[in-house]
Design a protein around this ligand. Sequence first.
Ligand code: UD1
Ligand code: UDP
Length: 387
Amino acid sequence: MTKKKILLVFGTRPEAIKMAPLVKEFQKYPEQYETIVCVTGQHRQMLDQVLDLFDIQPDYDLNIMKQGQDLYDITARVLTGLRDILKDSLPDIVLVHGDTTTSMAAALAAFYQQIPVGHVEAGLRTRNIYSPWPEEMNRQITGRIAEYNFAPTPLSRENLMTESVDEDKIIVTGNTVIDALYWVVNKIKNSSTLDHELKAELKTAGYDTSRLQDGKKLVLITGHRRENFGDGFLSMCRAIKDLTTKFPDVDFVYPMHLNPNVRKPIREVFGEKLQGLENMFFIEPLEYLSFVYLMEKSTIVLTDSGGIQEEAPGLGKPVLVMRDTTERPEALKSGTVKLVGTDYDKIVKEVSELLSDEEAYAKMSHAVNPYGDGQACKRIVDYINNL
Ligand code: UD1
Ligand code: UDP
């Protein structure tokens, strides 16, 4: 039997987290698949953190990241970078993930050599091409190119069907992020030393989890969306700052994305040294294990992230999403996620309510898992096996 050659391409932290368990699943069957990994390096440090954790050694690394890169830089470098890699590796299928510019440009590169593309996390839609920007257009273009569509939920399948995608080419798999999350949660649960190690790691990173004794509450914050840069970010930061003074007994921890556009408004609002508030902790991006560990210990998650909207509900954590739209309405429906936009008043009101109203908190903190059962990668590999 000839082996199928599978080329998986990814470049940013969230794609790596969501593609890592799929790489591992293909690698379980070396007699059936030649698993080839190409990273674009759209992210460098934040990608490498994930590659280290999952022990993945890429076969190709385009290493494209530049400080302050723009969308033209990423698109052009991924597209031209993949030309020779595709010619060299001659894959039967190229798998890309989600909605980043790496995914869109990689899909286009494969199309130019008429290699079929499988889209993992296919069919998410807001139908507003500027929100999230440029992700909504990235995923629509990738979807248009894709031959095989691995939709995480029945709703994402419906979205594709309304775009006349062939029903037989859409497979509802669950989201691979839940595979990654379960892997991490089990790793922490089954280790006698990790709890201690992660506490130590977080302490070194700048947050001492022993502060969380005696029922102290924790608000975990992340933010990075391009459409929020400028006024949106300033308003988010002002709201967070005022919340830290309104709730001096609550800790606020913000692992900051490395994008300079994210850090600038934070420094504008909190001061150059990011010091002076006893209950506000700005730290570097956390390694995935430490982040999940901290998410499990948090009371509320305040974020504009896509992946965190999928993970936190599974851990029973209420999520306030600092965006006006979401392509992940499933957890909105189940009541664990609420959109608060970047409006100062709305953020302050909703966080305050969850911190002070037990009934409101109870309503939003039941664990639900609309995004998967941890078997998504197995379903994707089974489908490709049967092609
Ligand atoms: C990218 C994706 C976004 C995804 C997000 C996840 C695009 C256009 N954007 O946005 O969809 O939600 O990743 O985090 O595909 N940087 C570093 N080191 C890193 C990572 C980033 O220094 O490891 C800095 C660099 O200065 C880089 C900048 O952040 O130029 C922006 O990175 P970029 O990938 O362009 O945008 P993100 O906001 O990270
Ligand atoms: N994450 C992480 N360390 C951090 C912050 C987030 O490992 O300091 C993880 C998080 O659990 C999720 C993913 O990174 O799986 C989300 O990445 P991001 O918010 O950057 O991108 P998005 O999901 O919005 O595309």
